[in-house]
Design a protein around this ligand. Structure first.
Ligand code: ATP
Length: 303
């Protein structure tokens, strides 16, 4: 039987002070899926993850992980789940390798086995060179990868990430996306929260859109994104791009360091970035012109 990795029924959360963070959420994430909880700040994403991972007490409803009721067997469930919270929560004075190996100890792994696994994971995540450094010396992107390494040391079947690329620059974000995609291909179910549509688009098969504590839509990412057709992006580059000819794209130069491109479903933003890269122009930052998430919400609510 293909058990749901996560099943949530009528989940509710009212915080002290009266905020109705979750207003009765139903959600299912299939085993092997790559699933995004997509929503703006304050929509309720972190609250859902907190309930699933046992750091937030729900006010009502039920949640199951791999068919097990989180109210009954939370400790057993934890062995199958890796968690990457939004905030860095490792000891900043501890060395990178020690952080990962110590975590393995919580799951009863023998030290030699933990060291072996840590070597593989740290190499895969490009942190091996930093293994003897204190975590405080890492960059933001490295710290984020260390959080992922630590969450994977016990080889969980389900990985839950709360905004994995917050504060990670464009280049590193793509590297992390590739890593997570490979991990999912190897059979790990992944649930992540994001407020970047682009992240859901690049990574995930299925998505639930959450707004003010309610799921407003669930479905395949492809299906949902066909509701937004064209989108303009503002792209910051490292040098003047006016000499470049990229006739396949509808784009214009705004100033020395900024260009604007309109993309549709076929000619994606990634193709544009790759083409710029081939011309020797590096993308420093990019942002949608206007808010795609808001546009998607408007389309959903008006449909
Ligand atoms: P973000 O993207 O900013 O992390 P989110 O979608 O994860 O947002 P939550 O953090 O789940 O949203 O918050 C949902 C609502 O619950 C918000 O209105 C928030 O202010 C409120 N909230 C969250 N944590 C608490 C808390 N500990 N006490 C009181 N209210 C809270």
């Amino acid at each position: 039987m293909n058990m749901e990795a996560i099943k949530i029924e009528n989940l509710k959360k009212i915080y002290k002070g009266g905020t109705h963070a979750l207003k009765g959420i139903d959600l299912q994430v299939g085993t092997g899926d790559f699933f995004a909880l997509l929503g703006a700040n304050g929509a309720g994403k972190t609250t859902i993850i907190g309930i699933l991972t046992g750091t937030v007490n729900k006010t009502g409803g039920k949640a199951f992980i791999h068919g097990m009721d989180i109210d009954k067997v939370h400790d057993t469930i934890k062995r199958d789940v890796g968690i990457v919270p939004q905030e860095f929560n490792f000891n900043i004075f501890e060395k990178v390798e020690d952080i990962v190996v110590t975590q393995a100890g919580f799951y009863g792994l023998k030290r030699h086995e933990a060291l072996k696994r840590a070597e593989k994971i740290l190499k895969d995540l490009n942190l091996w060179d930093k293994r003897h450094q204190k975590s405080m010396s890492l960059s933001g992107g490295m710290k984020r990868r260390l959080m992922i390494a630590r969450a994977l040391i016990h080889e969980p079947k389900l990985l839950i990430l709360d905004e994995p690329t917050a504060g990670v620059d464009v280049e590193l974000r793509h590297g992390m996306w590739e890593y997570l995609t490979e991990l999912n291909k190897s059979g790990v179910t992944i649930l992540l929260t994001t407020h970047y549509i682009e992240e859901a688009e690049q990574l995930c098969r299925n998505v639930a859109i959450i707004k003010e504590g309610e799921i407003v839509k669930t479905g395949s990412v492809k299906e949902l994104l066909t509701t937004i057709d064209k989108q303009t992006y503002v792209v910051e580059v490292d040098q003047i791009a006016s000499h470049v000819k990229l006739d396949d794209f509808k784009w214009s130069v705004l100033d020395d360091r900024t260009v604007e491109v309109e993309v549709d479903q076929k000619k994606t933003l990634n193709n544009f970035i790759t083409c710029l890269d081939k011309e020797g122009i590096l993308v420093r930052d990019l942002r949608p012109k206007g808010n795609r998430l808001e546009k998607l919400f408007l389309n959903i609510l008006n449909s």
